[in-house]
Design a protein around this ligand. Structure first.
Ligand code: GLC
Length: 726
């Protein structure tokens, strides 16, 4: 600890210490200034540098101790310059995309006086009904962990006192994405093994990457609301992982312990939360009331715990350099997306699109083609996605504008009048008539940003029915149809996807989204994204994820088993394997798998080659197993392949996923070029958790798959106890 922090602690009264542990949510300027004068520790960003400096000046010059403020904002995928949503970024399978967002956003935010962002959200989830899937990096713990690390490092740089970085905040700790029924804020309940294996891991990775803070989640986990969960907030996060930063409660999360029914009142709630390991309470004035009186006495709240929390807050302020430089430089204020920032956002967006279907190579659009653009996203500006503040810069152009610019040598016609939730008979007839005369129809459809994000779970994750009507009517004309699918989550596309020729998932790509989509449509960009989340065939399959366990009744072949379909149901044609884990009314498996996607060229994967397969003891001592594979661009265009490495522990003392992602590389290759990619497998890649809280690494056979979303090669290696037996 620094001498300054110790000296301040010595001087602080009980009330002053408790005030440092509050950030009041929804406060107007007068209240913010009054709280700053009394010595509150943190505030939400007032919307200008002048306002931030005025507030900071009150804290520094008018309060007794002059302690500067933490100034916080949810800069989740941009402040003024909006990048693709985090789920879209994960589809790039390129953590450099997330790092670029974090770096550009941090510089923009710090220039505006923000020094603490409530981001990255690193909640793994396997349930696309949950609206907050859009804020995270999808269903896989390995992919999400790599993106969590990239964002923490991007936001924080090499030291927090830089004038272009902000303190990051891993959220929402923990297992928030496992809400039962996909309903936001709902109960979560799981085995210790599942908690460790799937939900805690991204936070462990983020803490190891140096995250300055962590936010507690709203959910109860195994009966203990996270804002009162001593075992995880203190036991795991602070004691086991050595986290020395700040734990901040979520908005009113402490007060909501009353609603959870574990405390009778807010006074008890805040005592329980601080003792459990929450350091800063976000919400009303729960620790010190509006008259400046401490709600709890030192006899009701441990002074040692309070001192520890205050130390964490003051240390973060010191690391941010706020004692030396509390004010933002008004000359560096950024009030809109700058051209360089837009360029970074566009480069990011171009890497996030996922091509899932392209029958007859209808994409890229043929030169000279007569193209009809229709659908509610044709002239929409709704590409920014969830977690966007009102001051964010709007998209610079619609898809219609961008496509007109990009299609230098073909004719574009735009059918206006579509709506996300409605389609008139006149509009339908108009589009169908025009489609019949076009060479190809691009239908820009999807889910508006408002249907994903916080408190935005959906029980039905299909496209709004009027859009499905439009798709099917246009497909019935026989003119090739390209679907551009804007969405905040995986959608059920089962009732139209086989009737169209191409499907390009465009997520919500941010301020430069339309331009990025247009470039892919005309082939100036070769799409290289892959799915970070499974697309189910039906919402009834959810939760559904690729790293499922085998069960004792898996399908006995690689997928569809020959035989008569069950009478009257569109189920799996596997009557000779009736007693397998399946649905009577659905084919086996998802519509599109995690990691799926392809582009405008083709790739060939060579055989898997292993380096020396070391013995188990060597792995435990830090040795690794090298895995190499050759990949070649066998097509006619430069393009990106996303080569993914999965492993399966074939026989283990607890059931294992049928495969787990343990490596991925996105590589760009010119036509005909080839390269050999190298992956390494270490003990951590092969260990697994048991439900009694231990991690095991066991000898035996492991299958390794190399998969690029289109083809798959695999091999096996034997992990033995001893070197000589290898
Ligand atoms: C919200 C969100 C959290 C956000 C906080 C502050 O309720 O759950 O992600 O950081 O409030 O805006």
């Amino acid at each position: 600890m620094s001498a300054r922090v110790d000296a301040l602690l010595e001087r602080m009264t009980w009330e002053q210490k408790l005030l440092q542990l509050q950030i009041v949510w929804r406060a107007d300027t007068a209240i913010q200034h009054d709280l700053a004068r009394r010595g509150i520790g943190a505030q939400f960003w007032p919307p200008s540098v002048a306002a931030v400096n005025a507030l900071q000046r009150v804290a520094v010059e008018e309060s007794e101790l002059g302690i500067p403020l933490l100034v916080a904002l949810d800069v989740v995928h941009g402040q003024f310059t909006i990048f693709p949503t985090p789920l879209a970024q994960a589809a790039s399978f390129d953590p450099a995309v997330a790092a670029a967002d974090a770096r550009v956003s941090a510089a923009e935010a710090r220039a505006n006086g923000v020094n603490w962002t409530f981001s990255p959200m690193v909640d793994v989830t396997r349930d696309p009904r949950w609206g907050r899937v859009v804020e995270g990096f999808g269903e896989d713990v390995f992919l999400s962990s790599r993106f969590a690390e990239a964002k923490v490092r991007g936001y924080q740089g090499d030291r927090l006192s830089r004038r272009d970085v902000v303190a990051s905040c891993l959220k929402h700790f923990v297992a928030y994405g496992a809400a039962e029924a996909g309903r936001d804020y709902n109960t979560t309940d799981m085995s210790h093994r599942r908690l460790r294996e799937t939900y805690l891991e991204t936070f462990r990775a983020g803490v190891a990457a140096g995250a300055a803070s962590v936010m507690a989640s709203f959910n109860a986990l195994n009966g203990i609301p996270m804002h009162a969960n001593t075992g995880l907030l203190t036991g795991v996060l602070k004691d086991e992982w050595g986290f020395a930063g700040v734990v901040v409660g979520d908005a009113d999360g402490v007060a909501q312990l009353v609603d959870h029914g574990i405390v009778p009142d807010e006074k008890t709630a805040v005592a329980r939360a601080i003792e459990a390991g929450v350091d800063v309470v976000m919400g009303g004035s729960l620790l010190v009331d509006d008259d400046g009186v401490a709600v709890l006495t030192p006899g009701e709240l441990s002074p040692a715990r309070v001192d520890d929390a205050v130390r964490r807050v003051l240390t973060l302020k010191e690391r941010l350099g706020l004692f030396e430089n509390p004010y933002a430089d008004e000359r560096r204020e950024v009030r809109s997306a700058t051209a360089p920032a837009r360029a970074h956002a566009r480069a990011a967006a171009s890497r996030c699109l996922v091509l899932l279907r392209n029958e007859g190579a209808v994409l890229p659009l043929a030169r000279g083609a007569q193209v009809l653009l229709a659908g509610p996203f044709a002239r929409s500006t709704d590409h920014l996605g969830a977690w966007v503040q009102s001051f964010a810069s709007p998209v610079s152009q619609t898809l219609a504008d961008a496509l007109a610019e990009a299609m230098t040598d073909a004719a574009l016609e735009v059918a206006d009048g579509a709506d996300v939730f409605a389609v008139s008979e006149e509009h339908l007839a108009d589009v169908v008539g025009r489609a019949a005369r076009a060479d190809v129809v691009v239908l820009a459809v999807g889910e508006p940003s408002a249907l994903s994000g916080e408190a935005s779970s959906r029980a039905d994750i299909a496209l709004p029915a009027p859009q499905v009507r439009l798709i099917r009517a246009v497909a019935a004309t026989g003119t090739p149809v390209v679907i551009v699918l804007a969405t905040g989550r995986p959608l059920v596309v089962e009732d139209w996807v086989d009737e169209v020729d191409a499907v390009l998932v465009a997520w919500h790509l941010g301020v430069e989204g339309p331009a990025a989509i247009a470039e892919v449509l005309v082939g100036r960009t070769n799409p290289g994204g892959r799915l970070p989340m499974t697309f189910p065939r039906a919402v009834g399959q959810v939760p559904i994820h690729y790293d499922h366990e085998s069960t004792g009744r898996p399908p006995r072949t690689g997928g569809r088993i020959q035989g008569e379909a069950h009478p009257g149901l569109a189920g799996p044609d596997n009557t000779d394997d009736y007693y397998t884990s399946k649905y009577l009314d659905l084919p086996l498996g998802p519509r599109f798998d995690f990691g799926a996607g392809f582009g405008y060229t083709t790739f060939a994967l060579g055989d898997v080659a292993f380096g020396r397969v070391v013995a188990l003891a060597d792995l435990e001592a830090g040795a690794t197993i090298d895995v190499r594979v050759r990949v070649q661009n066998t097509g006619t265009r430069v393009g990106d392949d996303v080569v993914q490495l999965y492993v399966r522990d074939e026989i283990a003392s607890v059931t294992q996923p049928v495969r787990r992602l343990r490596g991925f590389t996105r590589v760009t290759l010119e036509p005909g070029d080839a390269t050999t990619l190298a992956f390494t497998l270490g003990a951590d890649d092969l260990r697994f958790w048991t439900d009694d809280g231990t991690q095991l690494l066991e000898p035996g056979a492991f299958t390794v798959w190399i998969d690029d979303g289109v083809s798959r090669v695999h091999a096996r290696f034997e992990l033995t106890q001893r070197e000589d037996a290898a």
